[in-house]
Write a protein that binds this ligand. Structure first.
Ligand code: C5P
Length: 239
């Protein structure tokens, strides 16, 4: 497969056309950003950790009946994916109160949210990703009510599968963000699922094992990504 012209460059990933119809290449760059791009750095090999963990999660989810855009890895940084028309929603699933939900609402950090809480934001940096509700999503023609039901059901299924997988490695899935896209009328899980888009806590120590280490200068983020990537992908070798 040949990489062709760039289609899109986001804050940490770039997307390229290929010589195959309906197939794109996603490159996970070494850029890391936080606070709407207000904090930025380049950390050598960071992209390969997120690419590897995303590929691992996508393969696991596909095996368990979730439609994802992932096809294969080309190398440590580049993933071949199905071309989707992305839906501009950030679908966040929360199992434990942390981050913006604690800042914006009277939740105490660490409170268990059972059932999990789904929050959907409008993906638009210039508007700082404002929170949507179902009526707004339909009125803005971002998704139909039926699609929205499918997206929420898929998000809860992804959550249940990832909670189970991570628990085997002593990791608590606090929250995560996923994005979806369409190929014709079928909805697929797209984008990435990585330490950049999840909150992960060590079950015993409560240590952050995700981008909060970078956001809040909690330690060496590359050391954390290296340790957590090994811990997560090790689950694969277990029967
Ligand atoms: O900041 P907040 O608490 O709303 O984030 C919830 C979860 O969604 C976190 O795991 C965060 O890393 C992820 N997220 C993301 N991209 C965004 C906003 C949130 O990956 N633009």
């Amino acid at each position: 497969m040949k990489q062709k012209k760039i289609l899109y460059a986001g804050k940490a990933k770039s997307v390229y056309r290929t010589d195959e119809k309906g197939r794109l290449i996603v490159e996970f760059r070494d850029d890391i950003t936080a606070f709407d791009g207000g904090k930025k750095d380049v950390l050598k090999n960071k992209g390969s950790y997120n690419a590897g963990v995303s590929a691992f999660f996508f393969a696991y989810l596909a095996k368990n009946g979730v439609r994802t855009h992932f096809i294969e890895m080309l190398d440590a940084h580049r993933m071949v994916v199905r071309e989707l028309a992305m839906i501009p929603l950030e679908v966040i699933v929360r199992n434990i109160a942390a981050g913006s939900i604690v800042r914006n609402y009277p939740f105490k950090e660490g409170t268990k949210l059972d059932p999990p809480v789904i929050v959907i934001d409008y993906k638009d940096d210039s508007r700082h990703d404002p929170m949507l509700n179902d009526e707004l999503i339909v009125a803005l023609k971002i998704a139909t009510p039926q699609e929205l039901r499918k997206i929420k059901a898929a998000a809860l299924k992804v959550n249940a599968l990832l909670v189970k997988l991570l628990a085997k490695q002593g990791i608590t899935l606090v929250d995560f963000k996923i994005e979806f896209g369409r190929e014709n009328k079928t909805i697929y899980l797209g984008d990435e699922i990585s330490m950049d888009s999840m909150r992960l806590w060590d079950r015993k120590t409560g240590e952050s094992l995700d981008k909060d280490v970078y956001r809040f200068n909690k330690g060496d983020v590359m050391d954390t990504y290296d340790r957590v990537a090994k811990r997560i992908t090790k689950t694969a070798k277990k029967p």
